[in-house]
Design a protein around this ligand. Structure first.
Ligand code: ADP
Length: 493
């Protein structure tokens, strides 16, 4: 029996899962690490904390599974995307903390880029809209602000990488300096059409080309681990977390779509071999494939997903636990005309309205606690509906099913309402952790442990939960028209 170890280096924690040849997870370990908030809106991680958490979950997982290096066919890596590190090529010493994707420190500079008319050029090359979220302006910030960094970068002494690249560099003892298409596509420096770093964008952001890693397909022989309990095992996949989840959900064909219901919601639709230009405020990015030929993906996110349930629990105290929202929602029977638009931090795709604010409409003297809870869950599903419709419009594809994962996908009320409102099946696979599973599948395919067909067979087998739409069309249309009105009110703030 051969095994795969997959590392998921996430925003708040790091996991390592061990899978056997049948695709069963034999053990998994998770470790949180500190978040650093130097100023309001700024978020950093210590590179040493990230690296130590990775080393520690690897050691725990290998010993927890009772295995040694010879038992492993491959290691896979999936990671928080866009988070930016710059380090010394020779010593591996970082010149600054990792600047996390959430960090807004370069937001004003990005506003200026938009104002100066760079949006279209950047979108045409990278599929992204200029935003502080992506790596390019974070690299520039480090070069402009860390002592001596620009001079060292120009002398070729520094490396830039997203977290995957940094981990590969550390795991291989500094021998491998590489990333994959899905991570490169989120830097705002990579041309997703030519699959090359873009020299014009490098000039715009004043970033020396010598700092950038080699870019390979997600399923690739990246190199050998130099030390520790996995010494000698090869890293055979690297994939950004959302694309990892798309692959781990078996969304291999054009039109396949997944949503992760976490704090926010992340929707990705595979659009096949050709990029789709969005007219509806979605970004175009690269997805992972087993063949090595990249596929294109439309991506949209909802800022507040499961977070509305946290607000019900911690903000207004309407429920004691997240799972209690399900019972309350079923008890309510209907929302009685109440809508909760959870636009706490504005609205994302397809509205892109930073000034919208959370709004509750339709309250009467008879409105109950349960109805507000139910309307909050419905508010998550309506927002997902809006993004799916934008994707369908852009891609010219009508979806038949939505694959789901993430914490709030455990909520049966939410999943049934989602199926009803979308008029599409919602499928929750028996594998909870599709992100880390995606990295494991990509590595296992590269190691020739499995074929793509084997992977699909494993995913189809076993128990999964299917939610089939049941709502009458008249009711659905009337609910959707109420939602559209509630959204308009949330934008009047
Ligand atoms: P993240 O990776 O963003 O931290 P998770 O996938 O762990 O998110 O999901 C956590 C989110 O899911 C939280 O916002 C929580 O409120 C929500 N959540 C967890 N369980 C439930 C549930 N049974 N019903 C509704 N929401 C839930």
């Amino acid at each position: 029996m051969k095994y795969i170890l997959a590392i998921d280096q996430g925003t708040t924690s790091t996991r390592a899962h061990v899978y056997n040849q049948n695709g069963d997870c034999v053990c998994g370990y998770q470790q949180e690490f500190p978040q650093i908030y130097p100023k309001p809106g700024w978020v950093e991680h210590s590179p040493a904390d990230i690296w130590n958490s990775v080393r520690s979950v690897i050691a725990l997982a290998v010993s927890g599974a009772g295995l040694s290096a010879e038992d492993f066919a491959a290691v896979g890596i999936t990671n928080q995307r866009e988070t930016t590190l710059v380090w010394d090529r020779r010593t591996g010493e970082p010149v600054y903390n990792a600047i996390v994707w959430q960090c807004r420190r370069t937001a004003d500079y990005c506003k200026k880029l938009v104002h100066d008319g760079f949006s279209e050029r950047i979108y045409n090359k990278t599929g992204l809209v200029p935003d502080a979220y992506f790596s390019a302006t974070k690299i520039k910030w480090i070069l402009d602000n860390a002592d001596g960094a620009r001079e060292r970068a120009e002398r070729g002494e520094l490396c830039f990488g997203t977290v995957d690249t940094y981990l590969l560099f550390k795991l291989t003892g500094g021998k491998v300096f590489a990333t994959d298409y899905t991570n490169a596509a989120r830097t705002m420096l990579f041309n997703i059409h030519t699959l090359e770093w873009d020299s014009e964008l490098l000039r715009l952001f004043d970033i020396p080309a010598g700092m950038l890693p080699q870019v390979y397909p997600s399923s690739h022989d990246f190199g050998e681990i130099e030390e520790g309990p996995l010494k000698g095992v090869r890293v055979r996949s690297v994939v950004g977390d959302q694309q990892g989840s798309l692959f781990g959900q078996g969304c291999f064909k054009a039109g396949d779509i997944k949503n992760t219901y976490g704090t926010g919601c992340f929707l990705l639709m595979n659009t096949g071999g050709e990029p789709v230009k969005s007219q509806n405020g979605l970004v175009t990015t690269l997805g992972a494939t087993a063949s090595g030929r990249p596929c294109y993906v439309l991506e949209g996110s909802v800022f507040v997903g499961g977070a509305v349930v946290q607000w019900l629990r911690d903000g207004v105290g309407l429920i004691k636990s997240a799972s209690a929202s399900e019972r309350a929602a079923f008890r309510a029977k209907d929302s009685g005309g109440v809508y909760v638009v959870p636009a706490f931090t504005g609205l994302g795709a397809p509205y892109w309205d930073a000034n919208a604010r959370g709004t509750i409409t339709g309250i009467t003297r008879g409105t109950t606690r349960e109805q507000i809870i139910r309307a909050s869950l419905e508010g998550i599903a309506y927002q997902v509906y809006d993004v799916v419709k934008a994707m369908e419009k852009d891609a010219g594809i009508k979806i038949a099913r939505l694959s789901v994962d993430g914490g709030a996908s455990a909520n049966k009320f939410l999943m049934q309402f989602q199926a009803d409102i979308l008029r599409a099946e919602v499928v929750r696979s028996r594998w909870g952790e599709s992100t880390v599973l995606g990295a494991a599948f990509l590595a296992g395919i590269q190691a020739e442990l499995w074929s793509e067909t084997d992977v699909l067979k494993m995913l189809k087998g076993g128990a999964h939960r299917l939610f089939v739409p049941k709502m009458e069309e008249g009711e659905r249309l009337s609910l959707l028209s109420g939602w559209a009105k509630a959204v308009e009110r949330s934008r009047l703030n």
